[in-house]
Design a protein around this ligand. Sequence first.
Ligand SMILES: *Cc1c(COP(=O)(O)O)cnc(C)c1O
Length: 446
Amino acid sequence: MEAYKTKMVERIELPDREERETNLEAAGYNVFNLDAEDVYVDLLTDSGTGAMSDEQWAALLRGDEAYAGSESFDRLEAAVADVMGFERVVPTHQGRGAENVLYGALIDEGDVVPNNTHFDTTRAHVANQGADPVDCPVDGAHDPDEVAPFKGNFSVERARERVDRVGAENVPCVVLTVTNNSAAGQPVSVENTRAVREFADEIDATFVIDACRFAENAYFVHEREPGYGDESIAAIAREQLGYADALVMSGKKDALVNVGGFVAVRDDDLFERVKQRAILYEGFPTYGGMAGRDLAAMATGLREAVELPSVRDRVEQVRGLGERLREAGVPLYWPPGGHAVYVDAGAMFSHVPTEKFPGQALACELYREGGVRAVELGEFAFPGAERPDLVRLALPRRTYHREHVEHVVDTLAAVAERADAVSGLEVVDEPEMAELRHFSARLQPV
Ligand SMILES: *Cc1c(COP(=O)(O)O)cnc(C)c1O
């Protein structure tokens, strides 16, 4: 049973086949270059693309735009305390702002930072402090076929091995990303969170949780972890986040807003350092680069995030898409994560070699076939990383209906049917920084 009905609508249109062909060519076979109005179902990202509730819009209208001591900040502070159990909060313009503020206060040059898997911006911010980001996923995390309940977990053994080599004094913090975005949005168990807490104590490091998808994660714990089936999402989220010393949050994910983020900490001294950096990079610590109205909407969104019907709708919609695609014979990373389904384009187009970007070819075919936009996360986005050539279908929160999901399934099934006829792509023009090429490079069919 869906937990929402529609109160406001936005028209969307599927351009005809000829227009899609023209648009694709004009975009240089890179879907980042498409105009959003030419896309029918946009699954590029779930970041900041969801629909706000009537309660959030109401809160937004009552936003307090005071520079200091805004009432909207008080609401956010109360929501973070109630939902996440942290009393000290500093808002930021989005998640990476929070990373810059917190990691700048914690990390020194030459340090090593273990994380179950660094999300792109996290890796960049750790590296930007002159430190070494070390991924510590569990075995099987990047294996599309390994079925396990918590493939997002942090491998304490892997982290310990590295820490033993560099010395605990060079490891200022340990980060746990829930869900594990860069490992296909896979969840992290509470048991694993407890183990990371013990590990952080053992090496005297600050335990940071990247809480972007904390509510989706709590839903998986509710469903899969022994002993949590009768616990509420809110209680599970509080327990799991309760093990951490600090949080970084992108409000564009589970806080159900289009922009925003924050840092939350327990320690007074760290709080002071975070506030100083916030003033430097984000704004006065009671607004942190956000409008008061957006703080108010984020406060309301955080409370909605842990309501069972809301998060259940979300995770089950993603899973439903995965199950339908699997029935249609589309090769997938399994099981689906909390925010997205990942198609194994390398397996789908086994005749296209990795250096001809099977994932990017699939992203183009999805647009050509059905006006669907997805994102490649393989050789094109991460050159030489030797990852499987996956394409991510990320569902915006509370945005698309069953018919849209069915359209995506039909589109993929049609592409799968003529998979042998699909050719690879080559880059014709790319920016200087290889790390950023998937955002703007232009390609052509081989
Ligand atoms: C999105 C995201 C970030 C960065 O947040 P932005 O709001 O995009 O700046 C950090 N960590 C994870 C796990 C994310 O998914």
